[in-house]
Write a protein that binds this ligand. Structure first.
Ligand SMILES: C[S@@+](CC[C@H](N)C(=O)[O-])C[C@H]1O[C@@H](n2cnc3c(N)ncnc32)[C@H](O)[C@@H]1O
Length: 334
């Protein structure tokens, strides 16, 4: 194999192994702009999985251009990739009025080594690695030891960062939207909601736009959390892509984000102020799981269930619901 081809393959494998998707400059600037004005004199910033420093760099840029009133700023950046670390060091060196420390160790191993501890970070900015954590891996066991049950590196990083942040500290993270749903992320949702208030959520309407160069095909969300904050209304903004040309924002009551009575604690991201069909139906106060009902698609069809069909409702019977498509002539080949 040609050496250039070999080094390309090694780089690709490393990128996949370490979940490396770099934040574009426009998104990094937007994330730095989400931190509210702060009366603090001394800022302690964490960027775990800092890559080449796109995010801590955007934060520092806001500071040096007068966007924050801190008298001092101290950066803690974790990065395991030697090559990226060199570029990170060069990037941070440009801001010589800040102090910084680059830690070459695995963030998960280090943050779990002595139990969960408040490290006093006042601000956290994160684009963590995205990668599944296998059930018997060292990461999974280290996280379990400190009471974090989660299935992906990104949710592990956010949970650990929340735990390490000082009360009132602000955390801004760009992560896949998958944590909002599903039973696997339920412990993560519980962990976050017990320790932080959700202040802002930004949704990119297009799946691949925020990380154009990197073929990330997941829906991506930016979250701003406040450690120990009293939960209130949540600002929800949207844009198609990282140009933010069609940026729109609306405030929503928290009850529209996490339904009060739903046991799964799903996180809903409302993208319009109009009420959804479920909200308009005041009688819908619980999920199917709350009622002990599961959705079955495919195998349950009337012609295979003749013996179970009832001409009239009776105790223990449930409706068999037919999906159908309302189409205009010409649509769907009709
Ligand atoms: C999604 S990239 C984001 C990089 C940078 N924050 C940015 O926004 O451009 C995640 C970074 O985390 C690093 N990383 C992966 N696993 C790590 C670990 N266990 N500890 C520290 N850094 C890690 C990767 O090498 C990669 O640079």
């Amino acid at each position: 194999m040609h050496p250039q081809q070999e080094s390309y393959i090694i780089r690709r494998k490393r990128k996949a192994d370490l979940g490396q998707f770099m934040t574009p400059a426009t998104v990094a600037r937007f994330m730095a702009s989400l931190f509210p004005a702060s009366p603090l004199q001394n800022c302690s910033l964490l960027d775990a999985g800092a890559g080449m420093g796109a995010l801590c760099g955007a934060f520092l840029h806001r500071w040096v251009t007068g966007g924050f009133g801190f008298a001092s700023l101290d950066v803690t950046a974790y990065e395991v990739d030697d090559h990226l670390r060199e570029r990170l060091a060069r990037h941070l060196a440009r801001y010589n009025n800040a102090t910084s420390r680059i830690i070459p160790d695995d963030y998960i191993q280090l943050a779990t080594a002595h139990g969960l501890r408040n490290q006093g970070y006042t601000h956290v900015i994160l684009n963590p690695p995205y990668k599944k954590i296998n059930s018997h891996s060292a990461h999974r066991l280290a996280l379990r030891r400190v009471g974090i049950e989660t299935v992906n590196l990104y949710s592990a990083f956010v949970a650990l960062a929340v735990a390490e942040t000082a009360p009132g500290g602000q955390i801004v993270a760009i992560i896949p939207r998958s944590f909002c749903n599903g039973p696997y992320y339920r412990p993560f949702r519980d962990f976050i909601l017990a320790r932080a208030a959700i202040r802002h959520m930004h949704l990119f309407a297009s799946r691949n736009k925020p990380f154009k160069g990197d073929k990330v095909l997941q829906e991506t969300i930016i979250l701003r959390l406040e450690r120990g904050g009293q939960q209130g209304p949540v600002m929800v903004s949207t844009s198609t892509d990282d140009s933010f040309a069609d940026f729109a924002a609306h405030e929503h009551p928290f009850e529209q984000i996490v339904l009060p009575n739903a046991s799964e604690r799903l996180i809903h991201v409302p993208t319009t102020t109009a009420k959804s069909a479920i909200e308009r139906l005041g009688a819908v106060g619980c999920s199917l799981a709350d009622l002990g009902i599961q959705v079955s698609t495919g195998p349950v069809v009337d012609f295979r269930m003749k013996a179970h069909l009832r001409p009239m409702p009776e105790a223990g019977a449930v409706p068999l619901i037919y999906p159908f498509i309302c189409a205009r002539p010409g649509q769907y080949g009709l």
